[in-house]
Ligand binder design. Structure first.
Ligand SMILES: [Zn+2]
Length: 159
């Protein structure tokens, strides 16, 4: 059994993290040569790299959960199934992609969210240039809601 040499932290002690390195190296008893650091995993809320190589790079920075909450994905359920079969290294998640809900409602496309699908959607710019009609809005919202029920954590809208 390995004995911990980590400095003890009194209950109720708070650290204001100005930088990761400053926080750790300024802890009483910190010894750089014998450093073993226990830290909470970080959650990246804006992680576009949803892949095993991206997971590995983020793990070096202490990230344990990667969430694509900006753009998101659509449909969400099939994306989660694909991630599960890949054997992702970190925890992962994504919001429902509002843009692809809009593309689907305004152009009739059933394309899944992807860079290729986004490029194809730019050929029919009705979803970019037109204000959605009431009927189209009525088509966008259920797509987002359905995706949310399919495990999305929110609705992303940016790119
Ligand atoms: Zn982004």
């Amino acid at each position: 059994m390995r004995r911990s040499r980590a400095p003890s932290i009194a209950p109720g002690t708070f650290f204001v993290v100005q930088s990761w390195a400053d926080c750790i190296t300024n802890m009483p008893g910190f010894n750089l040569r014998q450093a073993l650091v226990v830290a909470p995993g970080f959650i990246d809320l804006h992680a576009h790299g949803q892949s095993i190589p991206a997971d590995r790079m983020q793990a070096f920075d202490g990230v344990t959960t990667t969430l694509d909450l900006e753009a998101g994905v659509l449909p969400v359920a099939s994306w989660y199934r694909r991630q599960a079969t890949k054997g992702r290294v970190l925890n992962y998640g994504a919001s429902a992609n509002w843009a692809f809900a809009r593309i689907g409602a305004m152009t009739g496309s059933n394309a899944e969210s992807s860079l290729e699908g986004f490029g194809n959607a730019m050929r029919d710019r009705r979803w970019v240039e037109n204000v959605a009609s009431d009927t189209e809005v009525a088509g966008i919202l259920p797509r987002c809601r359905r995706a949310g029920i399919d495990c999305g954590v929110s609705t992303g809208g940016g790119a």
